[in-house]
Design a protein around this ligand. Sequence first.
Ligand code: F6P
Length: 359
Amino acid sequence: MGAYKRIGILTSGGDCAGLNAVIRAVVHRASTYNWDVWGIQQATKGLMARPPQVVPLEPTEVDTLLTMGGTILGTTNKGNPFAYPMSDGSLSDRSNEIIEGYHLLGLDAMIGIGGDGSLAILRRLAQQGGINLVGIPKTIDNDIGITERAIGFDTAVNIATEALDRLHFTAASHSRVMILEVMGRDAGHIAISAGIAGGADVILIPEIPYTVESICQKLRSRQERGQNFCLIVVAEAVRTESGEPVTHQDADGTRRFEGIGHYLAERISACSGAETRVTVLGHVQRGGIPSPLDRLTAAAFGVAAVDLIAEEKYDHMVTWQNRQVVSVPIAEAIAQYSTVDPNGTLVKTARGLDICLGS
Ligand code: F6P
């Protein structure tokens, strides 16, 4: 048994199902080493606060976390500490406050659960301030290329697939074209996976250009076979036919992908005469009970992350590769952004099933 350690854990970036299950696994594994785990609240903001905002996490208190959505620690996908928005509108580098917060707490190591953006920021802080960092990948977008699994993706695909299952029958009853807009940021992983699993007739992803005419042709060929309805799944980052991103501006000025479903609905109605309806699935994909696979991944990643700390193998991220959990340098992990491979298995599968990919 190695020396006693006090570990900090934080969640950073957009939430997703399975974050709490990771926290639970980390606390349980750390307790087998007789180490303490402190939960850092609101991502790095908890380390910026004075006193730093942390909660002790006891193994006897974390069992309900297995199935709980969201993150009990809170999170944020705003406020880069190297260019932190201040109340007077200026941007300030507050990285040293975060680093000081880590050292004030007497932490021996920190586990950061995040996507590529969060892990890049955490790594920069770690390098600058001697933080012993271990990363755990989470993202419903599944765009961290080096790992085959990231926490939250499977649940998001399950939710999007269930949405297609439900839309199928109402589409058939009314002979309508149902368009389901799903998240995924610049990658079409959720769309292609849920589209195949949910029996979509058309799947549009940012990685493959499309024409509205090809979708209308698909509608016509279905009609010729007596199928008067159609299920379309579209990834949020799919652009207009002329290549413009479709976004929505929030009150604070932030632009998010949203609206491609409605754009397509208008054009498909115009070219085919079909009655269209749009469902924007949105943050439903991030909430709720994690799927069994996400819980399993959370357990394996949580245990492996604590074991990396026991080995003092810092600056590494746990990773799922070839049916194993291994570790890779965080720098290597975040360098490989993954989009859907237009020549990959899922695209071939979709084409093999005569699913229209818009081209
Ligand atoms: O990265 C996860 C994600 O859910 C994306 O799929 C989506 O584009 C974005 O976050 C939404 O962000 P927000 O939570 O700020 O609305």
